[in-house]
Design a protein around this ligand. Structure first.
Ligand code: FBP
Length: 548
């Protein structure tokens, strides 16, 4: 805690749009949009959320001072994302500005803190060391999913015990799904506790019409891009390694795409494209092989390949295999729990459909085992534990060996695998994330003070300068779909995947043939917190390309 940077980050005052900075105590909501919001929503969502469905997007304008005294609970949920502390501090500051009796209670270790009533009162003393810092260590986080009516009742009791009027859930798609379900539970049971979400995830996939970006994406991508840029420069200096770099992001490839736009690697695979075009594992490997051969012909036996961690699920034959394994594991949990690793491999191999058996059998054993690892509490396969870069390195090596036997490849292939994920989740937030999170915390306060529930805080025009940001509230049910998880149909917030018609992907497509052959790497360098705004206050490239 004593590093010089830490001291200077504590002194940074996050910027706020006027309506939140100067008049937060008089901020009221105004309806912005309703009609078009629910066009594509599965009709079952209206049935599942009878009390919270169908509300409008709301904006924030100047009105009358708020009167009510508020006790607010806050919980961090899911994986770390830089900026989470600033959401809490933004909420705390707004509560402080708007009433001496207002209080903020942080539940510890994620949603389980609500079940176990583990908490701390957030006050000036607590927050003083956390302003503009990364990580979630102020109150901790966790992945507990609140599922049963019994758990919801416990949460209600915990909140009543503290006199809580509203709960703020800072989380990704799964956690905000939890927030929506909890808001509906409270509303349908006549419990006067509001629930408001805040969009968090480095994955960048909690992004829909009303939500332009989730916090943490910017800092995580800039951290990875620095590392990729350094590796690319090392590769171009030593000229002897191909680096296969897998990047976090669970399903969506937003992180890989943003990092590619920032660093210009030789190959960047996009899971969504591979799924759409039904590209097989062999064909994915041949794309890389084409670049390796072309570069070897110029004497360049080195290069950079970016691999999104969710790629494995998007390769059609492996996606089918994973869905089948998900169903098998969820329907036979008891039988499977008694098996050791070898027995489990054999059991799954025997119980798969005849069409998928050969795909499973063709995988290196280590990868097959990684695919069978325990699902997370939301039923997701843990893609961060599957070493897709190594699978690709193996298949690429096989294809190069074949070409070499035919005399069609004479280069040298030395591959090194990397995985960047945890390295970026607790970094000091960029100025963009620091400001964005502080504004989201204030926005959550305004939604609560105006009596809303089942909403998520968001900022419109976030690609522009902070004075042009427009805070708003988006109804959570407008983001929802019905999906199959744990072998059942459940309401979930749709993950926003890479849009193949969107500007960021088009920019990659326009350049990737050149990047595959040339050495056009960009080394963006480390995140800058001070200095000219062109280096310290840059919005994520994906956001800028999408919004402009
Ligand atoms: P959230 O969706 O909760 O923000 O987490 C995202 C993520 O960082 C993914 O990129 C990654 O696959 C996963 O969490 C890793 O989970 P864990 O922290 O449990 O290892």
């Amino acid at each position: 805690m004593s590093a010089a940077l830490h001291k200077y980050r504590l002194q940074y005052d996050p910027k706020l749009p006027g309506v939140l900075g100067k008049i937060v105590d008089k901020a009221v909501i105004t309806e912005i949009e309703n009609g078009s919001l629910y066009h594509d929503i599965d009709p079952r969502i209206a049935e599942m959320f009878k009390h919270t469905y169908g509300k409008p997007v709301v904006g924030i304008v100047k009105g009358q001072p708020q009167q009510k005294e508020l006790v607010v609970g806050v919980v961090l949920s899911g994986g770390q994302a830089p900026g989470g502390h600033n959401v809490i501090i933004g909420l705390h500051e707004a509560l402080k500005k708007c009433g001496d009796g207002n209080r903020l209670i942080g539940f510890l270790g994620g949603p389980s803190g609500l079940l176990e009533n583990k908490y701390m009162v957030v006050n000036d003393k607590i927050v003083k060391d956390y302003k503009n810092t990364g990580g979630f260590d102020m109150i901790g986080s966790g992945r507990t999913k609140l599922k049963t009516a019994q758990e919801f009742a416990i949460v209600a009791n915990t909140c009543k015990h503290h006199g809580i009027n509203a709960l703020v859930v800072i989380g990704g798609d799964d956690s905000n799904t939890n927030a929506a379900v909890l808001a509906e539970y409270f509303a349908s049971n006549g419990i006067a506790i509001q629930v408001v979400g805040v969009p968090k995830t480095i994955d960048g996939d909690l992004k829909h019409g009303g939500i332009e970006i989730s916090f943490g994406f910017d800092t995580a991508c800039k951290t990875y891009a620095e590392l990729i840029g350094n590796i690319a420069r090392d590769a171009n200096s030593a000229k002897k390694y191909w680096h296969f770099i897998r990047l976090m992001g669970r399903s969506a490839s937003h992180i890989a795409l943003e990092c590619a736009l920032l660093t210009q690697p030789n190959v960047c695979l996009i899971g969504e494209e591979i799924k759409e075009k039904k590209i097989s594992l062999k064909q994915v490997a041949s794309t890389i092989v084409d670049s390796i051969v072309a570069r070897a012909n110029q004497g360049n036996n080195f290069g950079i390949v970016l691999v999104p961690e969710g790629l494995i699920e998007f390769i059609p034959e492996i996606g089918v295999l994973i869905s089948e394994i998900n169903e098998l594991l969820s329907h036979n949990a008891l039988e499977i729990s008694k098996l050791d690793k070898e027995e489990l491999l054999k059991w799954v191999g025997e119980h798969l459909l005849d069409t998928t058996k050969p795909v499973f059998a063709s995988l290196p054993q280590a990868i097959a085992l990684q695919m069978l690892a325990e699902r997370d509490p939301h039923g997701n396969v843990q893609v961060s534990a599957i070493k897709t870069e190594e699978l690709l390195m193996t298949v690429v090596q096989q294809q190069l060996d074949n070409l070499a036997t035919k005399g069609e490849y004479k280069g040298k292939f030395n591959a090194i695998g990397h995985f960047f994920g945890y390295e970026g989740r607790a970094a000091y937030p960029t100025n963009f994330d620091a400001d964005y999170c502080f504004a989201l915390g204030h926005t959550a306060y305004v939604l609560i003070a105006n009596g809303l529930t089942g909403y998520i805080a968001s900022i419109k025009n976030s690609h522009l300068s902070v004075d042009q940001w427009q805070p708003q509230g988006v109804p959570l049910t407008s983001l929802m779909a019905v999906e199959r998880r744990h072998g059942q149909d459940n309401p979930v917030i749709k993950k926003a995947l890479v849009d193949l018609n969107g500007n960021p992907f088009k920019k990659l497509v326009a350049n990737r043939e050149q990047w595959a052959i040339n050495t056009d790497y960009i080394n963006p360098g480390p995140i800058q917190y001070f200095g000219p705004v062109e280096v310290s206050d840059i919005a994520p490239m994906t956001l800028v390309l999408e919004q402009s």
